[in-house]
Structures are given as structure tokens and as C-alpha cells.
Design a protein around this ligand. Structure first.
Ligand SMILES: Cc1ncc(COP(=O)(O)O)c(C=O)c1O
Length: 362
């Protein structure tokens, strides 16, 4: 029985455990390493469960603030983000000085020099993965030759240790011909690794997929390690991307119907400050999340604290005061908005869970 105030995020632990077991089983079966991206849950409890399932060699973070929190769960952290400004570098160097084996992904000589300077000043070493753009076109050097040039630069800098290559094949979420696009990613990685080898440079780690490609990583033989984040909870993006079913979504926002005064709609007590305004990445006509109890309902408009739901398609109208549950389009930023969530350990067993790395944006 849910007796807490709404809106509130409820995490079903049984579904989490199933999602974690599936990913751990996959990496063990294929001899891959797993570094779950903790930006999805931002919780030490969840990070520890990911490690306890096995197959994980450490954790991934995006920000120095997240690294400070997640260092309490693992001393093996990968910062998949070029956090090159001095205040953050000082925090990262502090962590390394306290025994964290910190590796960072970067795509410029500028970032490499900044990390090297901070490492030397603190008397530590940062591991480095060179970020190669394999098609998402967000970060990453553009070609295997550019990756070689940057790898040489990294290898020449005191304070840095060249560990390998990073890829982010996030664009494959929308692949028309997945096998063909995977082959293109593999070809880029293989060409890069061959160039490095000819130059006497070794890539001990090739860090690859996120949730959309996690379970096809065996088709990318160059990849040694994956960094999925969303898989722990899933969301409407992974459902509509045909990566999982609704039953695999562990996180639902409990809300209350607070108004039905305007004809044809009801209003829920959560808006963009609860769900974020993220649209569905796979279905342009979808609303701002899936109402579990009324699948025909569509959340058509959000303001900060209101969700307006078009109920024209519903056989029965949701009633004032009724409690509903919404699976958000994109769970990661939604979690970041919650100070605390409710962990559902059984039908009548809900306990509060703090989100320790919430709002750690720098
Ligand atoms: C660099 C990087 N690696 C891994 C991930 C994990 O992606 P996902 O949550 O889709 O598993 C992300 C997601 O933003 C990312 O930016």
C-alpha cells in the first residue's frame, strides 16, 4: 500500500534485480567487462547492487561530483566525459590521491594537457581512453588517424597513462540496418587499433556500448567493456526502441489526479519538475510518459507542476484523488530531480532511498 505523498518515484527492486542479472549474465557469457553508468540511478545502493551481480570491473560516471559519491561504492571509476576545467580537475585529482583509480575519456590535446597538468600537480596518474566518434557526432575525434594522433599525444604526457579507446554508438538506437551499422563501428575501431599497434601503442580497454547496443556487443569484437546506464530501470524510450517490455520498467512515478474541471482531460500532480520535458526519442506522437492504469490516456502538455492528460481514448475516466503511475520517457534526468525515491521490496514493503548523487552536475 502506498501511503506517501505524490508525486514520488517508486523503484521496483524485483525488476531492478532481473535487469541487473540479465546484463551481468550477458557480459559473463561473452567475456566482456561491465562498467555500469551510474548517471541513471545516482544511488550508492544501486551501484553496489550492480557490482554485487558480478561481471563489473568498476563504475562509470559523467561528472566529478558523481565520482565523489560513487567512489564510496568502488575505487575503479571511469569518467566518460571530458571534464577539463580546473575546479573539476582538482576534485578528480583529489580522488586519485585518495586511492581512486580514475580513468577519463577525452577527445582533445587541450583536455589531455589539462588532465596531465592536474595529475602532475597532485602527484597522481590518470588513465585515458581516447574518444573516437563512431557516428553519434557529439564528442570524439573524427577519424582513426586523429585518434592515433591524440593517442600519441596522451602517451607522451607525464601524468597520463594511455589505456585505450572509447566509443559511444548511441546513434544505433535508431539504426535501420543494425548489423550493417555495427559492422561500420567495428571497422572504425579495428582500423584505429591497427594504427595504434603499428605505432607501438596498446589499447588494453575498448569501452563501447550503452543500453541500446549492450546486448549486441558480441558483434563488435573490438569492444572489451560496456557502459550501459538506462538498463537498470528502463523507460518509454527503451520500450518504444523495442529493447524491453513495459514489465521491465522498474521506475514509475506515482501521481494523483488533482483536477477534472476541464472537459476531456484530467490533470496529474507532476509536471516538468517531476518528469522533465523530454519527448519520446522513438515515437514523435507519444506523450510525456505512459500512464500504466490507463494505457489509452495521453499526457499531452506539461507545466512545472501539472500534467494534462487527454482521456478521450479511455473507456473510463480517471477519478479525482485516484493514484496513478507513469513510466517516464527518459528515466535518467527524472531520477536527477528526486531527492529520495521509494524502493519497493515487496507488495507492502516500501522504504525511502536517498539519491546521493542527485543534482551533482559539475
Ligand atoms: C558516454 C556515455 N556512455 C554511456 C552512456 C549510457 O547510455 P544508456 O543510458 O543509454 O545506457 C551514456 C548516456 O548518456 C553516455 O553519454
Amino acid at each position: 500500500m502506498e501511503t506517501f505523498a505524490t508525486p514520488a518515484l517508486v523503484i521496483d527492486l524485483a525488476v531492478v534485480e532481473r535487469n541487473l542479472a540479465r546484463m551481468a549474465g550477458y557480459v559473463k557469457q561473452h567475456g566482456l567487462s561491465l562498467r555500469p553508468h551510474t548517471k541513471t540511478h545516482k544511488s550508492l545502493f544501486m551501484a553496489r547492487r550492480q557490482l554485487e551481480h558480478g561481471g563489473a570491473t568498476g563504475l562509470t560516471v559523467a561528472k566529478a561530483g558523481e565520482a565523489e559519491v560513487m567512489a564510496q561504492a568502488s575505487p575503479e571509476l571511469y569518467l566518460a566525459y571530458p571534464a577539463l576545467d580546473r575546479p573539476r580537475l582538482r576534485k578528480l585529482a583529489d580522488l586519485a590521491r585518495r586511492g581512486v583509480n580514475l580513468r577519463v575519456g577525452l577527445d582533445s590535446a587541450f583536455a589531455a594537457d589539462a588532465f596531465a597538468e592536474a595529475a602532475r600537480a597532485a602527484g597522481v596518474t590518470f588513465g585515458v581512453l581516447v574518444d573516437l566518434d563512431v557516428g553519434y557526432h557529439r564528442t570524439g575525434v573524427p577519424t582513426p588517424h586523429a585518434a592515433l594522433e591524440l593517442a600519441r599525444h596522451v602517451a607522451s604526457r607525464r601524468g597520463l597513462r594511455l589505456d585505450g579507446l572509447m566509443l559511444y554508438p548511441g546513434h544505433l538506437m535508431h539504426a535501420q540496418d543494425l548489423d550493417k551499422e555495427l559492422a561500420a563501428v567495428q571497422a572504425l575501431a579495428a582500423e584505429t587499433l591497427a594504427l595504434w599497434k603499428q605505432s607501438g601503442l596498446e589499447a588494453r580497454v575498448v569501452s563501447g556500448g550503452s543500453t541500446p547496443t549492450a546486448f549486441v556487443t558480441h558483434k563488435l569484437p573490438a569492444v572489451t567493456e560496456i557502459r550501459p546506464g538506462t538498463y537498470i530501470y528502463n523507460d518509454m524510450n527503451t520500450v518504444d526502441g523495442k529493447l524491453c517490455g513495459l514489465d521491465d520498467c522498474a521506475a514509475r512515478v506515482a501521481v494523483t489526479v488533482i483536477s477534472n474541471a476541464v472537459a476531456g482531460k484530467v490533470v496529474l500532480d507532476g509536471g516538468s519538475k517531476t518528469f522533465t520535458s523530454d519527448r519520446n526519442a522513438c515515437r514523435a506522437d507519444a506523450g510525456f510518459g505512459h500512464v500504466v492504469e490507463y494505457p489509452e490516456a495521453k499526457i499531452v502538455r506539461l507545466s512545472e507542476e501539472h500534467a494534462e492528460v487527454d482521456i478521450a481514448g479511455c473507456a473510463r475516466a480517471p477519478q479525482l484523488g485516484e493514484r496513478l503511475h507513469v513510466i517516464p520517457n527518459h528515466i535518467c534526468p527524472c531520477v536527477n530531480l528526486q531527492e529520495q525515491v521509494w524502493l519497493k521490496r515487496g507488495p507492502d514493503d516500501l522504504v525511502p532511498l536517498e539519491i546521493e548523487a542527485r543534482a551533482r552536475l559539475s
